[in-house]
Design a protein around this ligand. Sequence first.
Ligand code: UDP
Length: 353
Amino acid sequence: MIKLVTIVGARPQFIKAAALSREIAKNDNITEIIVHTGQHFDANMSDIFFNEMNIPKPDYNLNINGLNHGAMTGQMLEKIEEVLITEKPDWVLIYGDTNSTIAGALAAKKLHIKIAHVEAGLRSFNMQMPEEINRILTDRISDILFCPTYTAVKNLLNEGYDNIDCKIAKSGDIMQDAAMFYSQKEQKPHINLPNNFILATIHRAENTDNPKRLSSILEALNEIAITTPIILPLHPRTANIIDKSDFEINNLTIIKPVGYLEMVYMLNRCDMVMTDSGGLQKEAFFFKKPCVTLRDETEWIELIENNFNQIVGANKSKIINTYKNHKFNNDFNIDLYGNGKAAENIIKQLIKQ
Ligand code: UDP
C-alpha cells in the first residue's frame, strides 16, 4: 500500500489533480491525502473546480493566499511540513511550477520523503519568471520526474540529469487526459456567445505588472474586436489593474473567470485562442484551434515548431498582423502530448518504485 500526499493550490493544478485523482481512486493500493494550500485567487472559484471536476475534498486546507512570494512560500513550507510529519506519506506528489509546488518539494525533501513531480522538465529559459525558478528548483530535488513531452526530457538531459540520482519518465501530458475526459461534460457559460469569436486570457505577471505591455496587448485586442468578437474571462489581478487605469477596451467582452467546464465549452466553439497562459496554449491544440501567445517565449515549443502557435509578445502590430495574416497549420492530427493516458502511466510508475 502506497500513501501519497498531493499538494494543490492553483487553478491548473486542480485540473491536473482531477485527472490523476480519478486514476488513483481506481487503484486499491494507493491512499491519497489532498492538501490545498489556498494559493488560488478566489475561494469560490476553487470550490467550483473541486465540485464540477469531482476532485475529492481536500483533507487539509491551509488557506495561505494574498501574500508576497517569500511570505507565501515560507508559510506553505511550514504548514506542509506539519502535515507531512503527521501523515508520514511514502510520496509527495506535486504539479507544475507554482509556489505550492516548490514549498511541497522543499518540505518533503528535508523530511526524506520521496517527491514525484508531474509536469517536470519544462523550461521557458526566462529566469525572471517566478514559474521558471519554481520548476528548476523543484526538478532538481525530485525523485521521479514525470515529463509531458520529449522536449521536457531533452531539457533535463541537457542540464545533466542523467548524472543525478532521479528517475525521468515520459508520461504524456495530464492536461490532455483532462481535456479528453471533460470535453464530454462541457457547460454553457452564462453569456450569449457569438458565432465566431476569439477566446482570450491575460494573467501573467510579466504582462499585468508592466503597464506598457498590458496597454499594448489591450489596444491590439480592442482593435481586433472591432471585427471579431473577443471573449475575455478576466483574472482578478488583471481586472484590478485595468479598473485603476484608463485603458480603452470598449470592444472587448469581459467576463468573470469561469469554471473549467465552461472554458471547455468556449474552447470547443471559438475560432482562435489568444493567451499568456501556459495551459491554455495546449488546450487550444487539444481543441484544434490556432493560438496566438502573448508572451516572449513558451515552454510548449512543439506547438511553435508545428505552426499551431505563434509567439507575439506584447507587440501591438505583431498581434494584429498575426491574427490577420498568419496561416496556421490546421492539421491537428499529430500526437504531441500523449494519448490521454498520462494519469495511468504515472500511477503505474509510482507503484513500480
Ligand atoms: N481556465 C479556466 N477558467 C478561466 C480561465 C482559465 O478554467 O476563467 C483554465 C484554462 O482552461 C486552463 C487553466 O485554467 O486549463 C490555465 O490556468 P492559468 O491560465 O491560470 O495558468 P497557467 O496554465 O498559465 O499556469
